[in-house]
Design a protein around this ligand. Structure first.
Ligand SMILES: [Fe+2]
Ligand SMILES: [Fe+2]
Length: 171
C-alpha cells in the first residue's frame, strides 16, 4: 500500500481504503441478492453490513468530504489550478444525496427490515453508490492525494491535521 510523506495525506488515504473495503462488501452483498427479493429481517450478516454502511456513509459525506472541500480543494486550486478540484467537488455534489439516502434506508432496515419497495430502492442506489464512489476515490488516489503530498509545504500538515481533528470532534 502506498505510503504518503505527509501524515494528513496518509490519513485521507487510509479513510479511502476503508470506504473502498466497505463498498466491496456492499457490492458482493447486493450481487448475491435479487432486487425483487428482500433479505430476511433480523439476518445477522445483513444487519452488520447495514450498520457499518450507515456509519461509513455518514463519515464519508460528513467530515471527509467537508474537509476535502474546505481545506484540500482550495489548497490544490492555489497550487495546481482549478480543474481537478472542480471535478471532485462536482462528484461530491452528485454522491452526497445518494449516500445520504442509502444511510437512511440502511438504518430503517436495521430497525424494521426492508419492504419490497425499500429493498428495491436500496439495491439500485447501493450499486450506483459503489460505481460512483469507487471511481471518485480512485481519482483522488491517483491524481489528487499524491500531487498534494508533493506540493503542500510539510509544515502545513500539522495545521491540517488539527483542523481535521476539530471537524471530526464537531461531527
Ligand atoms: Fe472526495
Ligand atoms: Fe476523499
Amino acid at each position: 500500500m502506498h505510503q504518503h510523506k505527509l501524515p494528513i495525506i496518509q490519513t485521507l488515504h487510509e479513510e479511502h481504503m476503508a470506504v473502498l473495503a466497505l463498498l466491496e462488501r456492499l457490492e458482493n452483498f447486493l450481487n448475491k441478492r435479487k432486487a425483487d427479493k428482500p433479505p430476511a429481517n433480523g439476518d445477522a450478516e445483513t444487519s452488520d453490513l447495514l450498520t457499518a454502511l450507515a456509519a461509513s456513509m455518514d463519515s464519508e459525506i460528513g467530515h471527509h468530504y467537508a474537509f476535502e472541500e474546505k481545506h484540500l480543494f482550495p489548497r490544490f486550486l492555489s497550487l495546481g489550478g482549478p480543474g481537478v478540484p472542480m471535478i471532485l467537488r462536482g462528484e461530491h455534489d452528485v454522491i452526497r444525496p445518494i449516500a445520504g439516502r442509502l444511510a437512511e434506508l440502511a438504518r430503517a432496515a436495521v430497525s424494521g427490515g426492508f419492504t419490497p419497495a425499500s429493498w428495491g430502492e436500496f439495491h439500485e442506489l447501493g450499486l450506483e453508490m459503489v460505481e460512483r464512489e469507487v471511481f471518485h476515490v480512485q481519482k483522488e488516489e491517483m491524481a489528487f492525494l499524491p500531487a498534494l503530498d508533493q506540493m503542500l509545504p510539510p509544515q502545513s500538515s500539522a495545521e491540517l491535521e488539527a483542523a481535521y481533528a476539530a471537524m471530526k470532534a464537531a461531527a
